[in-house]
Design a protein around this ligand. Structure first.
Ligand SMILES: C[S@@+](CC[C@H](N)C(=O)[O-])C[C@H]1O[C@@H](n2cnc3c(N)ncnc32)[C@H](O)[C@@H]1O
Length: 277
């Protein structure tokens, strides 16, 4: 299937490729066979995105971390709504495999949802919404009566810096209670990563940097930070044993040395917030 996406929508091919590389590795961290199957069905030159083996590992660890938080939320709230924002072609709903009490909404731009519909079979309890997450009209389609988990991966940095907090305020205003979990880059990281091939090739621009996850408590009344993990925190000790030696060395270097430098310590976070009762 020919891929004609451009801009931010086209960037979804980078994490998809990374998850497929992980799935095909000798010791997968995420083990998402759907990513590898989807990759084979797409007519696209993935080489132009310049995804390196270490990046693929980072993406797999980030996805696994967010999957685990989603599973934990659903274990505590078997009747719940999951709002997966900027879903791309991610098969999170297949990996998490929620129970019958869960309404799962995958939200992304119309051209992405259109491509998803051609690649994925329908599944009970799952719906897609074709919209920009920064518009608020689509939220009326999502029931408010159950606890909600809002999960987003590789999304916030693409949003305009004023529209990101507004989107979060809309979400907090719509749902009586729930949690949000998403990754973010610092303002320094947003500038640092702009020249990477994935952004040069797709024309996508990164915008919103969050230096301190606590800043959002002030920008979004009602939001309470309950966890802020650094990119370095997503690996389990056992994972490191199976990684290629060069990558293991690099990760140790990052954890034991680079993560102590103030500007790098806060380069990226995965943050979890609660709101409502
Ligand atoms: C780097 S991709 C990540 C995709 C997916 N979360 C994953 O990990 O595979 C960024 C995604 O954010 C989506 N996106 C960016 N801005 C958006 C917006 N305003 N509304 C909805 N989706 C958006 C893009 O279409 C794309 O699917």
């Amino acid at each position: 299937m020919k891929v004609t996406l451009t801009g931010a929508a086209e960037t979804l091919l980078a994490p998809l490729y990374a998850r497929a590389v992980d799935a095909r590795s000798a010791h997968p961290l995420l083990a998402d066979p759907t990513a590898a199957t989807l990759l084979d069905s797409l007519d696209y030159d993935f080489g132009r995105l310049g995804i390196r083996p270490a990046t693929a590992i980072g993406v797999a660890l980030r996805a696994r971390f967010l999957d685990r938080r989603t599973q934990e939320f659903l274990a505590a709230h078997p009747d719940a709504t999951v709002l997966h924002l900027g879903c791309g072609l991610d098969s999170r709903v297949q990996r998490v495999d929620p129970g019958p009490g869960v309404n799962w909404f995958d939200v992304d731009q119309p051209e992405v949802i259109d491509l998803r519909a051609r690649l994925y079979a329908p599944r009970p309890g799952h719906r897609t919404i074709a919209a920009s997450v920064t518009d608020s009209d689509w939220l009326v389609q999502v029931p408010r009566d159950l606890p909600v988990l809002v999960v987003a991966e590789g999304l916030t940095m693409y949003l305009p810096a004023d529209e990101g907090p507004r989107m979060l305020r809309n979400l907090v205003g719509h749902f009586p209670q729930g949690e949000m979990v998403f990754d973010s880059y610092s303002r320094f990281a947003v500038r640092l990563t702009r020249p990477l091939p994935v952004f040069r090739q797709t024309g996508a621009r990164l915008n919103w940097g969050i230096d301190d996850p606590r800043d959002l408590e002030r920008a979004v009344p009602g939001l309470r930070l309950i966890e802020a993990a650094k990119a370095f925190d997503t690996a389990d000790r056992a994972d490191l044993e199976h990684l290629p030696r060069a990558i293991r060395f690099r990760l140790r270097f990052e954890v034991e040395f680079l993560s102590r430098l103030p500007v790098l310590r806060r380069i990226g976070h995965i943050s979890r917030y609660a709101f409502g009762s």
